[in-house]
Unconditional design. Structure first.
Lengths: 320, 435
């Protein structure tokens, strides 16, 4: 099953750095292909030889649990060879430069790099130094395109469409790469987006991207078909930007009480890891409305799709 | 590129002579004898004379930049007084003021004297600016009196804003003793926080921490009020935002001692240019919005801004070829200055060549108290010959600095320096002259 369908392998961009100006057609291709891979994941033998002989390096300059596991699983399910490299961001500042790390790894003949890095623009920067395919697994507070794609796949799976869908993103938008990539992707796919959170954590400038902004959770829930609940990342905040957990929970936390006011089913998403009892209550996260675990499985399928579409299609000579 | 000693008799022939001091523009020649102007106007030459053909070119005063970083002592890998001098000549500058944020900083009379002595034999006039506070720490004022005696022409903790208002007050009051300008890098550090670029539409889309224009304008407002209260001379460097201009414009109505500069890059670029994370555009204060850029251009036109200064800030490749958060702030700017401001102010915004040349010559010299009548008979030669219409793409070969951190690489510039003549030396831009 090596590149069975040439037409699939037709993404416009060589890399996946972010979803800003990413073609709608390609997003749809990725989602459609992800459905195919999801059927693979539901088989007893969950492995296909699509990326046999392809070497992928997971370059993680920042801690990550689920994104890293999700990528690794996706690579293993596709029969790619994978290598993991982890470094704390503090060691970057003293030791080897980013450029040297990148060039050294590429010199070992690899085909693609999946990178997580604390600095916005790091994935773009990497493409200046190496020829391999670069997949951004999160660059600081800039973008996290694969997360947004798996979120969109999950919405698509639930609703059967993205166009016209009303999606609210709730929480710390300012420090969220998940929010920014979701905004770009959802708007491109014709969905409507509303941002909701404490007024100091929702950059007013994002209105220019065509999103709605609200500081009122009830108004947001009334409007939304689905709510993507972001983790309150206290470790990201240099200063106390939220006065207290109890104030945040009361004003923005997704609780069954807040949901019950609205006479409709609102689909609940969360990119994880969750702070139960802070931005989302446990009973909501575990309830029927939540598709949080579907997101996790779709994450593996989406990443298989992305890896396959970007790295697949090499013939035995290694030529494209 | 070449620099050589000037022959004892040199004639600049058939140029358009533009004298920003008198405001006159006329065709003619200039005869230089033993490094001084001996005749100007229509000259019939006799005897042995080296002729430089200036047909179709403009001959004017050598430019003066009151804000450069030559990194000596301490970071000679980025720039030295000598390499900086060549960059200055390539940009048409015959006189520059070097900022004191070296390592160690120029915060003592001895340090000032050391730079002044080293610069004596270089082909450009180099004036050291002393630090406002010892070690630029913001705690204690420096020996301004003694530093002036050794050649300091102004005081600045550039790069490190004087945060403490009472320290700034003390510095301004004390500077009245020496009657030299205080130049404060105006940014409120608390408000700036970890800002990497202008806080706005682009920063929120790139996920980069923003630096609000208010961080600058609030500090400028404080400095303006303190300067007016103390009756001291305040020069405001690299103004970047509309909000700051409002304050400067208002206070200038009642206080003629205030002066302000703008850099070519704040006139040339806007924040959209940072979308591809080009670290060469990471500067302090940051490149701001198109509206800010247009306000700066208008402020140059209406005189709110007094002069242009490059803030030439060399950095190694390693300092810039890294991720955006780790990259150093600053860009080089001497070589690209005229091509950039000529393009923006004259070609795109209708200013006259005379007005723009003033921003690079008489205006900065007046702020610093330097001699301005450079076309008078007997004046030590400080001349620039330029072609205001030459279009070219700015390339690495146009850079003479030891560092190459320029965002103008690949940009189409209009206007180029052909010759710079200073201290009895002549710099010749071979590329443009052979065209």
């Amino acid at each position: 099953m090596r590149n069975p369908n040439k037409e699939l392998n037709m993404l416009k961009n060589k890399h996946l750095l972010g979803l800003k100006e990413y073609p709608a057609k390609d997003l749809q291709t990725i989602i459609d292909t992800a459905y195919n891979f999801k059927t693979v994941l539901n088989r007893p033998i969950k492995k296909v030889p699509s990326l046999q002989g392809v070497t992928i390096v997971n370059l993680f300059f920042e801690n990550s649990t689920r994104t890293k596991i999700s990528f690794e699983l996706a690579q293993k399910r596709l029969s790619a060879d994978t290598v993991n490299f982890s470094a704390s961001s503090s060691s970057l500042k003293k030791g080897e430069s980013f450029k040297d790390t990148a060039q050294n790894i590429e010199a070992m003949k690899i085909d693609a790099v999946v990178m997580r890095h604390p600095t916005p623009g790091a994935a773009d920067h990497l493409t200046n130094f190496i020829d391999s395919v670069v997949i951004n697994a999160g660059d600081g507070t800039h973008e996290h395109p694969t997360q947004a794609i798996l979120d969109m796949m999950s919405l698509h799976e639930k609703f059967g469409k993205l166009k016209g869908l009303k999606v609210a993103i709730v929480g710390d938008i300012l420090h969220s790469r998940v929010a920014l990539s979701n905004i770009y992707g959802l708007i491109t796919m014709g969905a409507e987006v509303m941002l909701c959170g404490p007024s100091n954590l929702v950059p007013i400038h994002l209105k220019e991207l065509g999103v709605k902004i609200s500081y009122e959770i009830n108004e947001t829930l009334e409007w939304a078909d689905a709510v993507n609940v972001l983790r309150i990342q206290r470790e990201r905040m240099g200063k106390s930007l939220v006065p207290s957990i109890r104030e945040y929970r009361q004003m923005f936390g997704i609780t069954s009480k807040k949901l019950s006011v609205h006479k409709k089913e609102i689909v609940i998403m969360h990119p994880g890891p969750m702070n139960r009892g802070v931005e989302i209550d446990g009973d909501v996260a575990d309830g029927d409305q939540a598709i949080i675990l579907d997101q996790v499985l779709n994450g593996v399928a989406s990443r298989m799709s992305i890896l396959f579409l970007l790295c697949g299609g090499k013939n035995s000579d290694g030529e494209n | 590129m070449s620099i050589k000693k000037l022959n004892s008799r040199v004639a600049l022939q058939n140029g358009s002579l533009l004298d920003p001091c008198s405001g006159k523009i006329y065709f003619g020649d200039i005869l230089i004898e033993d490094g001084r102007i001996s005749q100007i106007g229509k000259i019939s030459f006799e005897g042995e004379v080296e002729k430089i053909d200036c047909t179709g070119k403009v001959v004017t005063h050598g430019f003066c930049d009151l804000h450069v970083h030559f990194r000596e002592p301490g970071r000679e890998d980025k720039e030295t007084l000598e390499t900086g001098t060549i960059a200055a000549l390539a940009g048409g500058f015959t006189r520059v003021c070097v900022m004191p944020n070296t390592n160690p900083p120029l915060d003592t009379p001895e340090a000032i004297s050391s730079v002044a002595k080293k610069a004596e034999n270089l082909p450009v006039y180099i004036h050291p600016i002393g630090a406002i506070t010892k070690n630029q720490s913001g705690d204690d004022i420096t020996e301004m009196g003694l530093m002036k005696r050794e050649g300091a022409v102004a005081f600045s903790d550039d790069g490190l804003p004087v945060q403490d208002g009472s320290m700034m007050r003390t510095a301004l009051e004390y500077s009245n003793l020496v009657q030299l300008p205080i130049i404060n890098h105006a940014e409120d550090e608390c408000l700036r926080s970890n800002g990497l670029m202008n806080d706005g539409v682009v920063s929120s889309q790139l996920g980069l921490d923003g630096n609000l224009d208010l961080a600058e304008s609030i500090m400028i407002h404080r400095d303006l009020e303190l300067a007016s209260y103390t009756k001291a001379r305040l020069h405001i460097p690299h103004v970047s935002s509309s909000k700051s201009l409002e304050h400067i414009r208002n206070v200038k109505l009642r206080n003629q001692k205030i002066t302000a500069e703008v850099t070519p890059h704040h006139l040339y670029f806007n924040e959209e240019a940072l979308r591809d994370f080009n670290t060469n555009l990471k500067v302090a204060p940051p490149i701001r919005t198109e509206a800010d850029r247009m306000s700066l251009i208008n402020a140059v036109k209406d005189g709110t801004i007094d002069c242009i200064a490059t803030d030439h800030a060399p950095h190694t490749i390693e300092d810039k070829e890294t991720t955006f958060d780790l990259a150093s702030f600053g860009m080089i700017g001497l070589e690209s200055c005229f091509g950039a401001v000529n393009k923006v102010l004259i070609k795109e915004n209708g200013m006259s060549l005379l007005e723009v040349i003033k921003l690079l010559t008489t205006k900065p010299r007046t702020i610093m108290g330097f001699e301005n009548d450079l076309f008078k008979i007997g004046a030590e030669v400080e001349l620039t010959v330029l072609d205001p219409d030459l279009e070219y793409v700015f390339k690495k070969e146009n850079i003479k600095s030891r560092s190459i951190n320029s965002p103008y690489l690949g940009e189409t510039m209009i206007g180029k320096i052909n010759y710079t003549i200073s201290k009895n030396m002549v710099y010749k831009d071979v590329g443009s002259i052979n065209k």
